[in-house]
Design a protein around this ligand. Sequence first.
Ligand code: ATP
Length: 237
Amino acid sequence: MLEVRQIDVRYGKRTSVSQLSLHVKAGEIVTLVGGNGAGKTTTLKAVSGLLPLAHGEIWFCGERMDALAPHQILAKGLAHVPEGRMLFKDMSVKAHLELGSLRTPAHAASFNDTLAWVFELFPVLKERSQQLAGTLSGGQQQMLAIARGLMSQPRLLMLDEPSLGLAPIVVHTLVDIIRTLHAKGLSILLVEQRVDLALQLAQRAYVMESGQVTLSGAAADLARDPKVKQAYLGLSL
Ligand code: ATP
């Protein structure tokens, strides 16, 4: 479904992602993990067209994406829920969801059907549809950021650090939602600082260090890998 082939991404002269390749198959949850500054966010931004490639190619559902603008990539069915949520604090929940539906793939369901589906997934957003985003709790804001992404009816959802700053109980809700979305057939590329959670949720994983993939494989195998345990799971050898 998604194929990232040997991409380099630079900020000015500095290369932040180098020769990175990864893929996501239809119906998979794939996670990209690594320490701070490893290049995970940069990779997601390159996939969604927010950063240009210095080298390499990105393909999605058989089409080359890396020359397209972000709104065109979204309309192909590839949505990005950014780190930090990027909501407009003075805009209502409903207005965010309308914004999320502006670019939908061809043959998409109607706005009302998608809204009903999203409200079923996030009942709290239905209750608060007229409330301003800035007045929501952190967990509700994260739900809104995901819901806005879903309003574009993506085939692949990229989630950047969805659990960041959330209370443990809200993280549980988030995990349930990711599992529900996956069960409904959505493919997911997950960047997550809670490596333990990410490896539980995903079928496959890539570990990034200094802009490169240094390990990849089945998530269950990586969760048992001594190097991963030591570096990311807080366990000593
Ligand atoms: P984190 O979990 O801390 O967000 P990350 O793995 O997502 O880490 P990136 O944010 O992709 O890492 O950063 C990769 C590298 O690119 C880092 O060295 C970072 O300092 C650099 N970088 C990120 N954004 C910019 C920017 N706007 N301008 C210049 N350098 C940047």
